[in-house]
Design a binder for this molecule. Structure first.
Ligand SMILES: [Zn+2]
Length: 264
């Protein structure tokens, strides 16, 4: 039996192993224990510190997830030992929200067993924000970037292929900056009129205009307190720039958790 929190289950509708963070954002779906001898239905619950999976009834005797279920549903006042463990950081497999096409009918035990065997060695489906995806990429070795899958806008490639360096785009084609991949490159930071102006080193070309990408960070906005005049930063972009009215800079739409810009 394990003393780890249960943070991975199988999602029937998705047909994949999923992280508990995914399940917590999609709590109406059908999740079950991946252990072939168990396959008990589970649901995400919020503990004192972490979110984890708990069996709706109980895991079968001998299931590696049996113990924490018993302890975390223990008597009132009893310390919930396993709710304080911090699960390992899961590498995002998707940037953004994963669409679930349709609600399937509830599975029978044979279907659950078949699915658990199919996904035994598959990666854990874990949607990440733009920040989480960039953080994961940054900590990976070149080998790991080739090895880990990343799905953006329904297209699956590796972390290595999903990230494009603006320095290496040759003619500086603006199409490298888009909503189906992540572009990154150096940019300068200048303070002007109380706001920071971030500009890419390279000019980019959209077929008509040739200009740098510019982001203005005003007081109170994200990153403002971390920027310093006269420094260079790495800028990560997952967005669609458009030329401004004067035609001298490409500007980007406001960021969301899943798009926009990240500064490193
Ligand atoms: Zn189980």
């Amino acid at each position: 039996m394990s003393s780890d929190l249960m943070t991975i289950a199988i999602c029937w509708e998705l047909g994949e192993k999923v992280s508990v963070e995914y399940a917590n954002s999609n709590s109406t779906l059908y999740y079950f224990c991946p252990e072939p001898e168990c396959l008990e239905r589970v649901a995400p619950v919020q503990g004192k510190i972490n979110i984890f999976f708990r069996a709706l009834n109980r895991h079968v005797t001998g299931c590696r997830h049996e113990k924490e279920t018993t302890e975390s549903s223990g008597a009132p006042g009893k310390p919930k030992k396993f709710t304080t463990a911090v699960p390992p950081t899961t590498v995002p497999t998707h940037l953004g929200i994963i669409p679930v096409s349709s609600r399937k009918t509830d599975p029978d035990p044979t279907q659950l067993l078949r699915l658990s065997q199919q996904v035994r060695t598959s990666p854990v489906t874990h949607p990440g924000t733009f920040q989480e995806v960039v953080d994961a990429w940054q900590t990976m070795s070149t080998g790991e970037r080739n090895q880990h899958q990343l799905t953006i806008a329904n297209q699956t490639s590796s972390y290595a292929n999903a990230f494009t360096s603006l320095i290496h785009t040759g003619g500086g084609n603006l199409s490298a900056v888009n909503n189906s991949s992540i572009a990154w490159g150096p940019a300068s930071v200048k303070l002007y009129g109380g706001s920071f102006f971030i500009k890419t080193f390279n000019k980019l070309n959209d077929g008509i205009n040739r200009a740098r990408i510019r982001i203005i960070v005003r007081p109170g906005q994200a990153y403002f307190s971390q920027l310093t005049h006269g420094t260079n930063i790495n800028l990560f972009l997952h967005t669609t720039p458009t030329i401004n009215n004067k035609g001298d800079y490409f500007e980007i739409p406001p960021s969301t958790p899943y798009s926009g810009f990240i500064i490193k």
